[in-house]
Design a protein around this ligand. Structure first.
Ligand code: NAD
Length: 250
């Protein structure tokens, strides 16, 4: 499998932490030249080009994509992974919070895709992989805003797949379950008893443990690469069965 990305250039948003960093490292290990676009690129993996940019700022996104082209002259694979969370019911989040989270999780992917598409059209191996979430379809409590953004990202994936498949650009998404990343660690650290909270979180997963960032990275690498050439508009669950099994408390 290694080498399947040889000669290709990939851009991973949010590539300095958690799932994005695991994706950037995985694509690089398979031979890609990889740029990681992030608000704070300090944590990008070795061998990955860090680009400081904000997916909520169109100009900043365009400059980052221009830098990829200036560096390598091409762009083949885009991974829209940058995202932020929100907790609560619809009564808990203000209009401002709705706009803010939607702007990162959905419009951020739109901005990056828009800037990348002219370059992807020239690639013989073009793919976009969006990192949505189990929250897109699982009906998770206390996650109204976050779930709505991830549902929108999954819908966007299917619509973009339809728009661009005849141009040779495949668009798919990965829907991870709760994954071991700095984001989830921050949530655990803020709990009164982080160890007990971690045990409870593990127990809530159908397969009894958190998803690893590497498991998500392997799914992204599959969807972004040549081995998934006939997979278009799909949502690949990496969630231990949380969404697909429709498990409910007994
Ligand atoms: P993380 O917080 O560890 O990393 C997210 C990265 O995105 C950070 O480096 C951050 O700086 C960057 N980022 C945030 N806003 C940005 C912006 N406006 N512009 C550029 N970069 C920005 O998070 P993670 O857990 O690795 O999550 C990555 C993605 O996976 C997110 O889209 C998240 O919704 C999704 N996801 C995570 C989980 C989970 O349990 N960790 C589960 C399902 C889906």
């Amino acid at each position: 499998m290694s080498g399947e990305y040889e000669g290709l250039v990939a851009l991973v948003t949010g590539g300095a932490s958690g799932i994005g960093a695991a994706v950037a490292a995985e694509l690089a290990s398979r031979g890609a030249q990889v740029a990681a676009l992030d608000l704070d690129p300090a944590g990008v993996p070795d061998g990955v080009l860090g680009l400081k940019a904000d997916v909520t700022n169109d100009e900043s996104v365009r400059q980052a994509v221009d830098q990829v082209i200036a560096t390598w002259g091409r762009l083949d694979v885009v991974v829209n992974n940058a995202g932020i969370g929100a907790q609560g019911t619809v009564s808990d989040n203000s209009d401002e919070q709705w706009h803010q989270v939607y702007d990162v999780n959905v419009v951020g992917a739109v901005r990056v895709s828009r800037a990348a598409l002219p370059h992807l059209r020239k690639s013989p191996a073009a793919a976009i992989v969006n990192v949505a979430s189990v929250a897109a379809t699982a009906g998770l409590p206390q996650r109204a805003l976050y779930s709505a953004t991830k549902g929108a990202l999954q819908s966007l994936t299917m619509a973009m797949a339809a728009d661009h498949v005849r141009e040779g650009i495949r668009v798919n998404c990965v829907n991870p379950g709760t994954a071991e990343t700095p984001w989830v660690q921050r949530l655990l650290d803020s709990a009164p008893d982080p160890q007990a909270e971690r045990a409870a979180l593990d127990a809530r997963q159908p397969h009894g443990r958190l998803v690893t960032a590497q498991e998500v990275a392997l799914a992204v690498a599959y969807l972004g690469g040549p081995n998934s050439g006939s997979t278009v508009g799909a949502a690949l669950a990496v969630d231990g069965g949380m969404a697909g099994l429709r498990l409910r408390p007994v």
